[in-house]
Design a protein around this ligand. Structure first.
Ligand code: A2P
Length: 349
């Protein structure tokens, strides 16, 4: 990587934004200049990058000038407002929101799965939903050996998925409960400490929430396979950071647990954690801060000859969001695809 790029992080003060900052530094991304952008609430703050305190600026037409790459993680409505502006001004946007993910003109990329899709970008590349990224990394290598026909997934999603304020709220709630007080829920809809609840994104007419439909639709788009049948149940659990998933896979043909284990032990982005003697398998507390998706408890589904069960934990903020975005950026640099593109693609309203 010889060339350097002018990078902006939109949503720099958030849970994912601060992780993006850390990853750009720790992975030595070739940054010529870094802008930290957020709302007016954060103007006046500064964040440290490569030993320097950089000011947080308000995102605006002016602050998006002269930028080659925008890493955006400030929510869908902010992306809908500013992604077009950034592309118009010559930047490539890697967007962590759901605003553009299902737009047919926008590649939806997990580098371990569909890196070639990034080459088709017209200015915006979408980073998939966190639960979808974690599941994709774990099951794509198996899908290459024998096509997966059906996926039944249940998620155990941490507070970090709802942002830095939700993580802080869970701590406050836990401390209130331990002191015999009523927990207050302001960011999340219900108290999460010592509790859990189905994901609170809007429900469709079939009773599926948005988060569940993201897993269905985004996985199909990333895999380039509209035939896979997928059903998901997404649950928010009182874990601070790192999501877990129980995944049941039905293949076209019988698939042994040993073969799956052997394949996953050498798959990129996956780390097998299987200590059957001590009943030690992936846990969010051990996945926290790790780049790899931890996979374990791979076993035959006793209810179906072509079925396999597996369990995973992965850091939602890292591989589920910031790391995947930075890996896409690295891919663009490596393939010389980080070129200003003028053709703007509209978001679905
Ligand atoms: P701010 O801190 O100024 O509100 P999280 O997902 O952890 O809640 O973080 C969300 C990030 O998105 C924060 O950096 C937040 O900045 C930023 N953000 C939210 N709304 C806007 C907006 N309207 N314009 C710019 N940045 C925004």
């Amino acid at each position: 990587m010889s060339k350097s790029y002018r990078v902006a992080i939109l949503g720099a003060t958030g849970a994912v934004g601060t992780e993006l900052l850390e990853l750009l530094e720790s992975r030595n991304f070739p940054v010529a200049e870094l802008k930290l952008l957020a709302s007016e609430r954060s103007v006046g703050r500064s964040l440290r990058f490569q030993g320097e305190d950089l000011p947080v600026e308000l995102v605006s037409d002016r602050t998006l000038e002269n930028v080659d790459l925008v890493l955006a993680s400030a929510g869908g409505s902010t992306s809908k407002t500013w992604a077009a502006v950034a592309v118009e001004k010559g930047a490539v946007v890697i967007d962590n929101s759901s605003a553009f993910r299902m737009n047919p003109e926008v590649p939806l990329v997990v580098p371990e799965v569909n890196p070639l899709a990034a080459a088709n970008h017209k200015g915006i590349i979408a980073n998939p939903n966190c639960t979808t990224i974690l599941m994709s990394v774990a099951i794509w290598p198996l899908h290459q050996i024998s096509p997966i026909k059906r996926i039944v997934v249940s998620t155990y999603q941490s507070a970090s998925g709802a942002g830095a304020k939700a993580m802080a709220e869970v701590k406050t709630q836990a401390s209130a409960i331990l002191q015999g007080q009523q927990p207050i829920a302001e960011v999340l809809p219900y108290p999460l400490a010592f509790n859990l609840f189905p994901h609170n994104s809007p429900l469709n007419e079939l009773g599926y929430c948005e988060e569940e439909m993201k897993m269905v639709n985004e996985t199909r788009k990333i895999f380039g396979d509209q035939q896979i049948r997928i059903t998901a149940t997404c649950i928010r659990v009182p874990v601070l950071r790192a999501h877990s998933e129980a995944i049941n896979l039905e293949f076209a043909n019988p698939f042994s647990a040993d073969t799956a284990r052997e394949i996953l032990s050498r798959s990129p982005g996956v780390k097998l954690i299987e200590d059957w003697e001590n009943n030690h398998f992936p846990m969010p507390i051990e996945a926290t801060g790790q780049d790899a998706v931890l996979v374990g408890r791979i076993r035959q589904d006793i209810s179906h000859p072509c079925g396999l069960e597996l369990w995973l934990s992965g850091d939602q903020i890292r591989k589920g969001a910031a790391l995947n975005a930075v890996q896409i950026a690295e891919l663009l640099v490596e393939k010389n695809l980080l070129k200003p593109a003028k053709a703007y693609v509209s978001s679905e309203k």
